[in-house]
Design a protein around this ligand. Structure first.
Ligand code: NAP
Length: 501
């Protein structure tokens, strides 16, 4: 479904070019336009609509596992949510509405994919190639998200499989599971949502689990009519609920980051949940993690564990090793004949493809510069890449709260940087190398004692070098505080000269 009023062509030059129209891109554009309504901003979006991961992930049962009171923009409250944990279709609808209401939709060019961008130092501009043509931009804001490129394990034989294969992030809605043997690869946040939905439909499911996850109940319920009408008439009530949920989540973050000695309390809750939902002792053993709760993302589900206890579902506690023409082979060497394989194997957050497309001052790509271990200043700017802002950049992910809070903090920072550049006639800002280094030393030292580094698991929070380049190490209000104002003193700024204008 294409957006109603999206712009259709790209200009030859734009001041601020945003890549991606998901939560991050829409949020930063809305913030810039709220503060500078006449700002020259465009968003290019490779899909045919706004919405990002909430447009693409349409698998059965897809919902948010962060309470919606927090997983929504602070500047765009809605009294229309149906549940405390919103479902994918309503989040997608919400994003389309926010894009239209804020005027951002008029700035979106859809079906326009970034192909490459090179910093042109002599002109202090980004030269950008897209699938719809080339353009230049003073400032590039990359809002391509961490969950936009599906990851497939590199296993032999996949090309010879004779049945149906798809990824959970590109669900095949035409596919009929009735009477089928189905293999599900992976047991992360996506699998726990769709397995309970398809188990009653397929003839049999084989779920390949490499690592069990800690699962706790999702305290989900329908919102009462009276709550919605209260939110409509007295918006401060909804704000107060948001503040309350935020505080609870910060307290959980405090435990994951600073008081890991309290984690066994949460493990008791998860074990009781497992005991209530799974009768089979051997299955419970397979489903019990051997690492501290919180080390990998804690999963929230009321029906995942129960669905594995069904007679027509088999949990195999071994990963996928190979694919044959008519089945999958697990890491223990057993073959399982199946008609369909669903990969629920996540995304590529620590190796974002966009990093291969951006070339900085010395001609190297961001991926070459990072060399397998992303880092940035305040999760947003990178030395050697002037006028580049990364939304949801390195060390901004959370294990306990809403990423929207982090994105709004980054949006304030980007908007403030743009205002400073305009008011002081600055053509280019580049974070100083030593400021970036000092910042990352602090972040890495703060991460050392957290459950993500010390919890005894291997997770996508740790990159190929074993460094945690994903998680924010402390309370989110500390991130907000550091992002309130653009700190020009930590940047090398270049004034606009007549040749640049
Ligand atoms: P994920 O959490 O990264 O999980 C991927 C799963 O695939 C893991 O269980 C992983 O096992 C498994 N896997 C990878 N290679 C495998 C192999 N060769 N054999 C067997 N298993 C294999 O991916 P996801 O579930 O799509 O979720 C990704 C992220 O999306 C989440 O962390 C979350 O941030 C987000 N998400 C959010 C929501 C929400 O409600 N907000 C919902 C869905 C997803 P290992 O654990 O052993 O690596």
């Amino acid at each position: 479904m294409a957006p109603d009023a999206a712009a259709e062509t790209i200009p030859t030059h734009v001041h601020t070019l945003i890549v991606g129209a998901g939560f991050a891109g829409l949020g930063v554009a809305a913030r810039i336009l709220r503060e500078q309504p006449r700002a020259d901003v465009r968003i290019i979006e490779r899909g045919n609509d706004v919405g990002g991961t909430w447009r693409d992930n349409t698998y059965p049962g897809c919902a948010c596992d962060v309470p919606t009171s927090l997983y929504s923009f602070s500047f765009a409250p809605s009294a229309e949510w149906t549940h405390t944990f919103a479902r994918q279709p309503e989040i997608y609808r919400y994003l389309r509405k926010v894009a239209a209401d804020t005027g951002v939709l008029d700035r979106v060019v859809t079906e326009c994919e970034l192909q490459g961008a090179r910093w042109d130092d002599s002109r202090a501009l980004w030269s950008v190639r897209t699938s719809s043509g080339t353009l230049t931009a003073d400032v590039l804001v990359v809002a391509t998200g961490a969950l936009s490129t599906p990851s497939f394990p590199d296993v032999p034989g996949i090309e010879n499989f004779g049945g149906t294969v798809f990824h959970s992030a590109a669900w095949n809605h035409d596919h009929d599971f009735r009477g089928e043997e189905v293999a599900v690869i992976g047991t992360g946040a996506s699998a726990v949502q769709f397995v309970p939905e398809i188990a009653p439909v397929a003839k049999h499911l084989t779920v390949l689990q490499r690592t069990p996850a800690w699962v706790i109940p999702r305290l989900d319920r329908e919102l009462f009519g009276i709550e919605k009408s209260l939110y409509r008439r007295m918006p401060w009530v909804q704000k107060a609920v948001r503040g309350f949920v935020y505080s609870l989540r910060e307290a959980l973050g405090g435990v994951l980051q600073h008081a890991t000695g309290l984690l066994p309390v949460f493990e008791v809750v998860a074990k009781a949940h497992l005991f209530r939902q799974v009768r089979d002792r051997e299955l419970r053993r397979k489903l019990t993690p051997d690492f501290k709760i919180g080390c990998k993302r804690i999963l929230l589900s009321n029906d995942w564990l129960r669905s594995l206890d069904r007679p027509d579902v088999t949990l195999v506690d071994a990963g996928l090793a190979a694919v044959t023409p008519d089945g999958v082979v697990d890491a223990a060497g057993n073959e399982h004949k199946v008609d369909t394989i669903i990969f629920a194997t996540g995304f590529t957050p620590t190796e974002p493809p966009v990093a291969h497309m951006l070339r900085g001052t010395n001609g190297h790509t961001l991926a070459e510069h990072w060399n397998g271990s992303p880092s940035a200043y305040k999760g947003t700017t990178v030395a050697g890449f002037p006028n580049l802002f990364l939304m949801y950049g390195p060390n901004t992910n959370l294990g306990h709260s809403s990423i929207i809070y982090m994105l709004e903090s980054q949006s304030a920072y980007v908007s403030d940087a743009l205002k400073m550049m305009r008011n002081s006639d600055i053509a280019a800002v580049e974070v100083a190398d030593d400021a970036q280094r000092r910042y990352n030393t602090r972040i890495q030292s703060a991460l050392e004692t957290t459950v993500w580094n010390k919890g005894g698991c291997s997770s996508w929070y740790l990159d190929s070098t074993g460094r945690n380049s994903v998680q924010w190490p402390t309370f989110t209000w500390k991130f907000r505080t550091q992002m309130q104002q653009f700190d020009e003193e930590n940047y090398i700024s270049r004034r606009r000269t007549p040749s640049f204008s």
